[in-house]
Design a protein around this ligand. Structure first.
Ligand SMILES: NC(=O)C1=CN([C@@H]2O[C@H](COP(=O)(O)OP(=O)(O)OC[C@H]3O[C@@H](n4cnc5c(N)ncnc54)[C@H](OP(=O)(O)O)[C@@H]3O)[C@@H](O)[C@H]2O)C=CC1
Ligand SMILES: Cc1cn([C@H]2C[C@H](O)[C@@H](COP(=O)(O)OP(=O)(O)O[C@H]3O[C@@H](C)C(=O)[C@@H](O)[C@H]3O)O2)c(=O)[nH]c1=O
Ligand SMILES: [Mg+2]
Length: 295
């Protein structure tokens, strides 16, 4: 069945991938950029933008966010406005117009002290402002009265936009050695695979009235990896001879503290939506192909 979906955040990694995957799956996507709906706007202006959407939408995917993890530490008001207040107003407007909402969140809502994958029901305890503002947004959407899914993901990458993969490749243009933290463990997620999975969730939400709403986890499958391990896999796949110096977080000071372990357990998502998630290594190959295609 072809769905009519609104996407907020059309210029981001996930937003761009949703447009491509949505087309491939035969869905009609109405994509809004910052000019069409700025999450910092007044409630009145945000409500007007939602009211102006075509009636009878099958869902709205909120893929826009303030994603500068370090910047959030000194711009907390902005991070909360974009990641919490804006989503809260949107979700309430969705409730009024009977539009199911799919909101995207992050592994950084966890403190990283676990030693096994986090399930959607595990206790949250964000370490930084970005994670705290995203958690606030989750709670606001869940209490808005809208039919809502919160889809948490981690370590998004593609071959086009600014992210860890493209940063590593850029660094290696001018260096034959990079230092990367080896004590933060997670799972990378290819934007194209994430978009496909998000659309499967949108289909489930639109077509199955009894589907369980609430929180789900979507990440690349495959082995857990550190950022240093991810960097090594990137250079190996690209055939670049770059030495990755594995350093502790204490040797890479940043404004925001990040979780040491933020692997997400994706079982609930895969079972409920009957969609096995591809390995991040396959996502890495797809992202590198995408990079080649984009010159
Ligand atoms: N990046 C990651 O590694 C991870 C991201 N997430 C979450 O996944 C989602 C998608 O992330 P990703 O695709 O990487 O995001 P990006 O950083 O690639 O893009 C962010 C998007 O949000 C838009 N945006 C930012 N501020 C506003 C605003 N005030 N009003 C309207 N739009 C705004 C941007 O628009 P513009 O281009 O105009 O700036 C852009 O489209 C987010 O919810 C994020 O928190 C979760 C885990 C990992
Ligand atoms: C560029 C670079 C980073 N690092 C470290 C810093 C950090 O601990 C880790 C990753 O760096 P990044 O800045 O790419 O990662 P970061 O911005 O923290 O990525 C996060 O973004 C938000 C939006 C999320 O929701 C998370 O899931 C996660 O993807 O690697 C190095 O050790 N060496 C380097 O040369
Ligand atoms: Mg970043």
């Amino acid at each position: 069945m072809s769905l009519r979906l609104a996407v907020i955040g059309k210029t981001g990694q996930l937003g761009q991938a949703l447009l491509r995957e949505g087309e491939a799956l035969g869905h009609q996507i109405i994509a809004l950029d910052r000019e069409a709906l700025d999450l910092r706007s007044s409630p009145k202006d945000i409500e007007a933008a939602i009211t102006a959407l075509p009636s009878g939408l099958d869902g709205l995917i909120l893929a826009a966010a303030y994603t500068d993890v370090d910047g959030a530490e000194s711009n907390a008001d902005l991070a909360y406005a974009v990641n919490s207040t804006g989503p809260s107003v949107i979700a309430k407007a969705c409730a009024q117009h009977d539009i199911p909402i799919i909101h995207i969140s992050t592994d950084y809502v966890f403190d990283g002290e676990a030693d096994q994958p986090y399930t959607p029901d595990n206790d949250t305890d964000p370490l930084g402002v970005y994670g705290a503002s995203k958690l606030d947004g989750e709670l606001a959407v869940l209490s808005s009265g809208a039919r809502a899914l919160i889809l948490r993901t981690s370590w998004i990458f593609d071959g086009i936009n600014k992210n860890f993969l493209t940063t590593m490749l850029k660094l290696s243009d001018t260096r034959d050695e990079v230092s990367v933290v080896d004590d933060q463990i997670g799972r990378p997620t290819y934007a194209g695979h994430l978009a496909h999975a998000v659309l499967k969730a949108a289909e489930g939400l639109a077509e199955e009235p009894d589907i369980e709403t609430g929180v789900y986890h979507i990440t690349g499958s495959g082995e857990e990896v550190s950022w240093a391990g991810f960097a090594k896999a990137i250079f190996k796949s690209e055939g670049r001879d770059v030495y990755v110096d594995e350093i502790p977080t204490s040797d890479y000071p940043t404004d925001a503290e990040r979780p040491q372990y933020s692997v997400l357990d994706t079982e609930r998502f895969e079972r409920t939506f009957r969609h096995p998630l591809p390995e991040w290594q396959a996502g890495l190959r797809a992202a590198l192909d995408e990079r080649d295609e984009n010159g």
